[in-house]
Ligand binder design. Structure first.
Ligand SMILES: [Zn+2]
Length: 264
């Protein structure tokens, strides 16, 4: 059976002498794995479409064990993501989280649009923002949305002292000792988390959180996602190693941890 689909290449690995095994996240069929025969031969027509991060229209043959990629037309090559370490690490992180959290099959066009928009924003130089939206919305789409409106334990309203637990969202000072992976959450970070979760997704690109807010959300959501995985993400180490320091912040406050400092 032949099928056509629009997809983004999440990862690739060598298969045999000249083939590439690609994992695609597709709009119509969810996560799909396929062999691109001959894609590692020079001038092969599948070479471009089978490169990691490529967004294209694909024609595949359904196989018993493995599908075969027969044709691909590139919509966005995202060549720049493969040439800049910072961008590569960011794109790899989004792709790896999708790959690890999502089973094959189970189509979900919202998830495809989320990844596609994350890459588009990344290409505009906004990966730091795009990944925060990606983390929160992915958790929401997959049913792991952090609960932020009130304390997840006693349901009392949250005021100035707010904490965040990897076990489910915001907690009040009185309840925080019941949970694991608890960190303080600033009122500003709290507002941004709620906004990024509930803002009309089609218009999310107009938002511009401060660098401090993005850094805070990054730390919290990376632990939140890691808590839901069976193994650590390879791309997180890479991301923290290569990420350029955030531009100097305009405010006078300083973050106690930076993405490049080792975290125990
Ligand atoms: Zn409470």
């Amino acid at each position: 059976m032949v099928y056509k689909t629009e997809g983004i290449v999440l990862r690739t690995r060598s298969l045999g002498e000249a083939d590439t095994l690609v994992t695609l996240y597709t709009k119509e069929h969810g996560k799909v794995r396929a062999a691109a025969r001959g894609a590692r031969r020079p001038r092969n027509r599948l070479m471009g479409p089978a490169q990691v991060f490529t967004h294209g229209r694909y024609i595949l043959f359904k196989g018993k064990q493995l599908d075969t990629l027969s044709q691909g037309d590139i919509i966005h090559s995202y060549q720049a993501f493969r040439e800049d370490l910072d961008w590569m690490a960011s794109a790899m992180y989004a792709a790896e989280v999708m790959d690890v959290l999502i089973e094959e099959g189970e189509p979900n066009p919202d998830l495809f649009y989320l990844l596609s928009n994350t890459f588009q924003l990344g290409k505009q130089g906004r990966f730091r923002f795009a990944l925060r939206v990606f983390e929160l919305r992915l958790m929401q789409f997959l049913g792991y949305e952090p609960q932020m409106e009130a304390c997840i334990s006693c349901h009392s309203p949250l005021e100035s002292q707010i904490y965040f637990t990897v076990e489910g969202g915001a907690v009040c000072p009185a309840c925080r000792s019941q949970f694991r992976g608890v960190r303080p959450l600033s009122p500003n970070g709290w507002q941004w988390m709620k906004r990024l979760l509930h803002w009309d997704y089609a218009r999310v690109n107009i938002l511009h959180p401060s660098d401090n807010a993005l850094e805070e959300l990054s730390q919290l959501m990376q632990s939140y996602i890691s808590y839901r995985l069976e193994r650590p993400l390879k791309s997180l180490d890479f991301l923290s190693t290569v990420q350029k320091p955030a531009p100097p912040s305009r405010g006078k406050e300083k973050n106690s941890t930076s993405p490049t400092s080792p975290v125990d």
